[in-house]
Design a protein around this ligand. Structure first.
Ligand SMILES: Nc1nc2c(ncn2[C@@H]2O[C@H](COP(=O)(O)OP(=O)(O)OP(=O)(O)O)[C@@H](O)[C@H]2O)c(=O)[nH]1
Ligand SMILES: [Zn+2]
Ligand SMILES: [Zn+2]
Length: 273
Protein backbone atom coordinates (compact mmCIF):
# COMPACT_ATOMS: atom_id res chain seq x y z
CA UNK A 1 0.00 0.00 0.00
CA UNK A 2 1.17 3.53 -0.68
CA UNK A 3 2.00 6.09 1.96
CA UNK A 4 0.93 9.13 -0.06
CA UNK A 5 -2.78 8.48 0.19
CA UNK A 6 -2.85 7.53 3.84
CA UNK A 7 -4.39 4.18 3.02
CA UNK A 8 -2.39 2.46 5.72
CA UNK A 9 -3.41 5.01 8.35
CA UNK A 10 -6.98 3.97 9.13
CA UNK A 11 -8.23 2.33 12.28
CA UNK A 12 -7.51 -1.34 11.75
CA UNK A 13 -9.53 -3.94 13.59
CA UNK A 14 -8.91 -7.62 13.78
CA UNK A 15 -12.19 -9.26 14.61
CA UNK A 16 -12.89 -12.31 16.62
CA UNK A 17 -13.52 -15.25 14.33
CA UNK A 18 -16.44 -17.66 14.49
CA UNK A 19 -14.49 -20.68 15.55
CA UNK A 20 -16.47 -23.90 15.28
CA UNK A 21 -14.10 -25.68 17.67
CA UNK A 22 -15.15 -24.91 21.28
CA UNK A 23 -11.73 -24.97 23.00
CA UNK A 24 -9.89 -22.77 20.53
CA UNK A 25 -9.15 -19.16 21.55
CA UNK A 26 -9.56 -16.31 19.11
CA UNK A 27 -8.26 -12.78 19.44
CA UNK A 28 -9.55 -9.29 18.84
CA UNK A 29 -7.19 -6.41 18.33
CA UNK A 30 -7.77 -2.77 17.52
CA UNK A 31 -4.86 -0.77 16.13
CA UNK A 32 -4.86 2.87 17.33
CA UNK A 33 -6.50 5.46 15.11
CA UNK A 34 -4.20 7.79 13.15
CA UNK A 35 -3.10 11.07 14.62
CA UNK A 36 -4.98 14.31 13.88
CA UNK A 37 -1.89 15.51 12.04
CA UNK A 38 -1.97 12.47 9.78
CA UNK A 39 -5.68 12.94 9.04
CA UNK A 40 -5.06 16.63 8.31
CA UNK A 41 -2.35 15.74 5.83
CA UNK A 42 -4.61 13.20 4.15
CA UNK A 43 -7.42 15.77 3.86
CA UNK A 44 -4.99 18.27 2.32
CA UNK A 45 -3.83 15.71 -0.24
CA UNK A 46 -7.43 15.02 -1.25
CA UNK A 47 -8.30 18.73 -1.40
CA UNK A 48 -5.29 19.39 -3.62
CA UNK A 49 -6.30 16.45 -5.80
CA UNK A 50 -9.88 17.73 -6.10
CA UNK A 51 -8.66 21.12 -7.29
CA UNK A 52 -6.60 19.57 -10.09
CA UNK A 53 -9.45 17.18 -10.93
CA UNK A 54 -11.70 20.21 -11.43
CA UNK A 55 -9.14 21.69 -13.82
CA UNK A 56 -8.99 18.38 -15.72
CA UNK A 57 -12.79 18.28 -15.87
CA UNK A 58 -12.94 21.81 -17.25
CA UNK A 59 -10.39 20.89 -19.93
CA UNK A 60 -12.29 17.71 -20.89
CA UNK A 61 -15.50 19.69 -21.12
CA UNK A 62 -13.91 22.45 -23.18
CA UNK A 63 -12.39 19.89 -25.58
CA UNK A 64 -15.61 17.90 -25.81
CA UNK A 65 -13.94 14.63 -24.73
CA UNK A 66 -15.86 11.91 -22.94
CA UNK A 67 -13.53 10.67 -20.19
CA UNK A 68 -13.96 7.33 -18.45
CA UNK A 69 -12.02 6.16 -15.39
CA UNK A 70 -11.90 2.34 -15.12
CA UNK A 71 -11.19 0.83 -11.72
CA UNK A 72 -11.02 -2.71 -10.39
CA UNK A 73 -8.87 -5.17 -8.52
CA UNK A 74 -5.78 -6.44 -10.37
CA UNK A 75 -6.57 -8.77 -13.25
CA UNK A 76 -10.33 -8.15 -13.57
CA UNK A 77 -9.83 -7.39 -17.23
CA UNK A 78 -9.56 -3.58 -17.47
CA UNK A 79 -6.97 -3.69 -20.26
CA UNK A 80 -8.77 -6.54 -22.04
CA UNK A 81 -12.01 -4.51 -22.00
CA UNK A 82 -10.23 -1.47 -23.47
CA UNK A 83 -8.54 -3.67 -26.11
CA UNK A 84 -11.94 -5.04 -27.11
CA UNK A 85 -13.45 -1.53 -27.17
CA UNK A 86 -10.58 -0.28 -29.34
CA UNK A 87 -10.99 -3.17 -31.75
CA UNK A 88 -14.79 -2.93 -32.00
CA UNK A 89 -14.95 0.86 -32.30
CA UNK A 90 -11.86 1.53 -34.41
CA UNK A 91 -13.92 2.88 -37.31
CA UNK A 92 -16.23 4.97 -35.15
CA UNK A 93 -14.33 6.65 -32.35
CA UNK A 94 -10.97 8.30 -31.90
CA UNK A 95 -9.82 6.71 -28.63
CA UNK A 96 -6.95 7.80 -26.39
CA UNK A 97 -5.84 5.94 -23.27
CA UNK A 98 -3.87 6.67 -20.12
CA UNK A 99 -2.94 3.65 -18.06
CA UNK A 100 -1.61 3.41 -14.53
CA UNK A 101 0.44 0.61 -12.98
CA UNK A 102 3.01 0.48 -10.19
CA UNK A 103 5.57 -0.83 -12.67
CA UNK A 104 6.03 -1.87 -16.33
CA UNK A 105 4.56 -0.43 -19.48
CA UNK A 106 3.01 -3.75 -20.50
CA UNK A 107 -0.53 -2.39 -20.63
CA UNK A 108 0.43 0.61 -22.80
CA UNK A 109 2.09 -1.84 -25.23
CA UNK A 110 -1.03 -3.99 -25.32
CA UNK A 111 -3.20 -0.95 -25.98
CA UNK A 112 -0.80 0.30 -28.64
CA UNK A 113 -1.11 -3.07 -30.40
CA UNK A 114 -4.88 -2.72 -30.17
CA UNK A 115 -4.54 0.45 -32.25
CA UNK A 116 -5.05 3.24 -29.73
CA UNK A 117 -2.69 5.92 -28.47
CA UNK A 118 -1.57 4.99 -24.96
CA UNK A 119 0.42 6.78 -22.29
CA UNK A 120 1.69 4.67 -19.38
CA UNK A 121 2.00 6.16 -15.90
CA UNK A 122 4.19 4.10 -13.57
CA UNK A 123 3.41 5.13 -10.03
CA UNK A 124 6.24 3.36 -8.18
CA UNK A 125 4.71 2.85 -4.75
CA UNK A 126 1.42 4.72 -5.16
CA UNK A 127 -1.51 2.34 -5.51
CA UNK A 128 -3.82 4.79 -7.27
CA UNK A 129 -3.76 7.49 -9.94
CA UNK A 130 -4.05 11.15 -8.96
CA UNK A 131 -5.45 14.03 -10.98
CA UNK A 132 -1.99 15.62 -11.33
CA UNK A 133 -0.60 12.40 -12.88
CA UNK A 134 -3.40 12.45 -15.45
CA UNK A 135 -2.76 16.12 -16.12
CA UNK A 136 0.93 15.37 -16.85
CA UNK A 137 0.09 12.35 -18.98
CA UNK A 138 -2.24 14.46 -21.11
CA UNK A 139 0.74 16.46 -22.33
CA UNK A 140 2.23 13.20 -23.70
CA UNK A 141 -0.88 12.19 -25.62
CA UNK A 142 -0.95 13.31 -29.26
CA UNK A 143 -3.34 16.24 -29.52
CA UNK A 144 -6.41 14.91 -31.23
CA UNK A 145 -10.12 15.54 -31.02
CA UNK A 146 -10.67 12.48 -28.83
CA UNK A 147 -14.16 11.04 -28.85
CA UNK A 148 -13.26 8.97 -25.86
CA UNK A 149 -10.39 9.13 -23.39
CA UNK A 150 -10.15 6.01 -21.26
CA UNK A 151 -8.11 6.05 -18.07
CA UNK A 152 -7.18 2.64 -16.66
CA UNK A 153 -6.48 3.09 -12.97
CA UNK A 154 -4.03 1.04 -10.90
CA UNK A 155 -5.51 -2.35 -9.99
CA UNK A 156 -6.82 -1.78 -6.46
CA UNK A 157 -10.34 -1.71 -5.01
CA UNK A 158 -9.46 0.68 -2.17
CA UNK A 159 -7.46 3.89 -2.69
CA UNK A 160 -8.46 4.85 -6.26
CA UNK A 161 -12.03 5.38 -5.00
CA UNK A 162 -10.95 8.50 -3.11
CA UNK A 163 -9.17 10.20 -6.00
CA UNK A 164 -11.29 12.10 -8.52
CA UNK A 165 -9.42 12.40 -11.82
CA UNK A 166 -11.94 14.76 -13.42
CA UNK A 167 -13.66 11.94 -15.32
CA UNK A 168 -17.31 12.08 -16.32
CA UNK A 169 -17.92 8.35 -15.91
CA UNK A 170 -16.47 6.12 -13.26
CA UNK A 171 -16.59 2.45 -14.19
CA UNK A 172 -15.91 -0.33 -11.71
CA UNK A 173 -15.16 -3.78 -13.13
CA UNK A 174 -16.10 -6.86 -11.13
CA UNK A 175 -15.07 -10.13 -12.73
CA UNK A 176 -16.87 -13.38 -11.99
CA UNK A 177 -13.71 -14.95 -10.60
CA UNK A 178 -13.56 -12.49 -7.69
CA UNK A 179 -16.65 -13.53 -5.77
CA UNK A 180 -20.11 -12.07 -5.32
CA UNK A 181 -19.34 -10.30 -2.04
CA UNK A 182 -16.90 -7.70 -3.37
CA UNK A 183 -19.46 -4.83 -3.28
CA UNK A 184 -19.99 -5.47 0.44
CA UNK A 185 -16.27 -5.72 1.15
CA UNK A 186 -15.30 -2.63 -0.84
CA UNK A 187 -18.37 -0.40 -0.54
CA UNK A 188 -16.61 2.95 -1.12
CA UNK A 189 -15.47 1.83 -4.53
CA UNK A 190 -18.84 0.47 -5.65
CA UNK A 191 -20.79 3.41 -4.18
CA UNK A 192 -18.71 5.79 -6.30
CA UNK A 193 -19.47 4.03 -9.61
CA UNK A 194 -21.77 5.28 -12.34
CA UNK A 195 -21.30 1.95 -14.15
CA UNK A 196 -20.42 -1.56 -13.02
CA UNK A 197 -19.17 -3.99 -15.67
CA UNK A 198 -19.41 -7.64 -14.66
CA UNK A 199 -16.63 -9.17 -16.76
CA UNK A 200 -15.54 -12.69 -17.72
CA UNK A 201 -19.13 -13.88 -18.03
CA UNK A 202 -17.87 -16.51 -20.51
CA UNK A 203 -16.47 -18.47 -17.56
CA UNK A 204 -19.27 -17.68 -15.08
CA UNK A 205 -20.60 -21.22 -15.04
CA UNK A 206 -17.18 -22.81 -14.73
CA UNK A 207 -16.35 -20.78 -11.62
CA UNK A 208 -19.79 -21.18 -10.03
CA UNK A 209 -20.71 -17.49 -10.26
CA UNK A 210 -23.96 -16.86 -8.38
CA UNK A 211 -25.45 -14.19 -10.61
CA UNK A 212 -28.61 -13.47 -8.59
CA UNK A 213 -26.64 -13.06 -5.39
CA UNK A 214 -24.11 -10.75 -7.07
CA UNK A 215 -26.86 -8.55 -8.51
CA UNK A 216 -28.65 -8.38 -5.16
CA UNK A 217 -25.37 -7.35 -3.52
CA UNK A 218 -24.82 -4.65 -6.12
CA UNK A 219 -28.39 -3.45 -5.73
CA UNK A 220 -27.84 -3.06 -2.03
CA UNK A 221 -24.49 -1.26 -2.17
CA UNK A 222 -24.59 0.55 -5.50
CA UNK A 223 -28.22 1.22 -6.50
CA UNK A 224 -27.06 4.30 -8.45
CA UNK A 225 -24.96 2.23 -10.86
CA UNK A 226 -25.91 0.93 -14.27
CA UNK A 227 -24.86 -2.67 -14.75
CA UNK A 228 -23.61 -4.39 -17.89
CA UNK A 229 -22.72 -8.07 -18.02
CA UNK A 230 -19.90 -8.52 -20.51
CA UNK A 231 -17.05 -10.67 -21.70
CA UNK A 232 -13.93 -8.97 -23.02
CA UNK A 233 -12.90 -12.39 -24.33
CA UNK A 234 -15.96 -13.15 -26.49
CA UNK A 235 -17.41 -9.65 -26.85
CA UNK A 236 -20.74 -10.75 -25.33
CA UNK A 237 -22.76 -7.86 -23.88
CA UNK A 238 -20.36 -5.19 -25.13
CA UNK A 239 -22.84 -3.56 -27.51
CA UNK A 240 -25.10 -2.34 -24.72
CA UNK A 241 -22.05 -0.85 -23.02
CA UNK A 242 -21.03 0.90 -26.26
CA UNK A 243 -24.58 2.22 -26.70
CA UNK A 244 -24.39 3.73 -23.21
CA UNK A 245 -21.05 5.38 -24.04
CA UNK A 246 -22.41 6.66 -27.32
CA UNK A 247 -25.38 8.25 -25.60
CA UNK A 248 -23.13 9.80 -22.98
CA UNK A 249 -20.97 11.14 -25.78
CA UNK A 250 -23.95 12.69 -27.49
CA UNK A 251 -25.23 14.27 -24.31
CA UNK A 252 -21.70 14.68 -22.92
CA UNK A 253 -22.39 13.57 -19.42
CA UNK A 254 -26.13 13.79 -19.84
CA UNK A 255 -27.98 10.99 -18.14
CA UNK A 256 -29.51 8.14 -20.08
CA UNK A 257 -33.17 7.54 -19.59
CA UNK A 258 -34.29 4.04 -18.77
CA UNK A 259 -36.39 3.79 -21.90
CA UNK A 260 -33.43 4.76 -24.10
CA UNK A 261 -31.56 1.69 -23.05
CA UNK A 262 -33.75 -1.36 -22.91
CA UNK A 263 -30.82 -3.75 -23.26
CA UNK A 264 -29.23 -2.45 -20.12
CA UNK A 265 -30.01 -4.37 -16.99
CA UNK A 266 -30.95 -1.63 -14.57
CA UNK A 267 -29.95 -2.27 -11.03
CA UNK A 268 -31.06 1.10 -9.87
CA UNK A 269 -31.72 4.65 -10.87
CA UNK A 270 -29.42 6.31 -13.33
CA UNK A 271 -27.35 9.27 -12.32
CA UNK A 272 -29.49 12.36 -12.53
CA UNK A 273 -26.81 14.95 -13.17
N1 LIG B 1 -12.07 -15.77 -19.71
C1 LIG B 1 -11.87 -14.45 -19.72
N2 LIG B 1 -10.66 -13.96 -19.38
C2 LIG B 1 -10.49 -12.62 -19.40
C3 LIG B 1 -11.54 -11.72 -19.74
N3 LIG B 1 -11.07 -10.46 -19.63
C4 LIG B 1 -9.78 -10.56 -19.25
N4 LIG B 1 -9.42 -11.85 -19.12
C5 LIG B 1 -8.12 -12.38 -18.72
O1 LIG B 1 -7.83 -11.94 -17.40
C6 LIG B 1 -6.44 -11.69 -17.25
C7 LIG B 1 -6.23 -10.27 -16.75
O2 LIG B 1 -6.69 -9.36 -17.75
P1 LIG B 1 -6.13 -7.87 -17.84
O3 LIG B 1 -6.85 -7.21 -18.95
O4 LIG B 1 -4.64 -7.87 -17.86
O5 LIG B 1 -6.62 -7.32 -16.42
P2 LIG B 1 -6.33 -5.87 -15.78
O6 LIG B 1 -7.51 -5.56 -14.93
O7 LIG B 1 -5.98 -4.91 -16.84
O8 LIG B 1 -5.06 -6.18 -14.86
P3 LIG B 1 -4.10 -5.09 -14.13
O9 LIG B 1 -3.80 -4.00 -15.10
O10 LIG B 1 -2.89 -5.90 -13.78
O11 LIG B 1 -4.84 -4.63 -12.90
C8 LIG B 1 -5.81 -11.94 -18.62
O12 LIG B 1 -5.30 -13.26 -18.64
C9 LIG B 1 -6.99 -11.81 -19.57
O13 LIG B 1 -6.83 -12.57 -20.76
C10 LIG B 1 -12.80 -12.28 -20.10
O14 LIG B 1 -13.80 -11.61 -20.41
N5 LIG B 1 -12.91 -13.65 -20.05
ZN1 LIG C 1 -2.90 3.83 -1.19
ZN1 LIG D 1 -4.33 -3.65 -17.08
Amino acid sequence: MCEDCGCSAGSVQIHQGHDPQPNKTTTSLEVPTPSVRHLDLHAKILEHNDRIADQNRALFHQQGWLVVNILSSPGSGKTALIERLAQDQRNNWQIGTIVGDLATDNDAHRLGHAGVSAVQITTGTACHLEASMVSHALSKLPSKPWDLLVIENVGNLVCPAAFDLGEQIRVVVLSVTEGEDKPQKYPAMFKSAQVVLINKTDIAEAVGWQRDLAIANLQQIAPQATLFEVSARTGAGMHAWYAYLDQCRQGLNGPLSRSQNSQVLQIGRLSSN
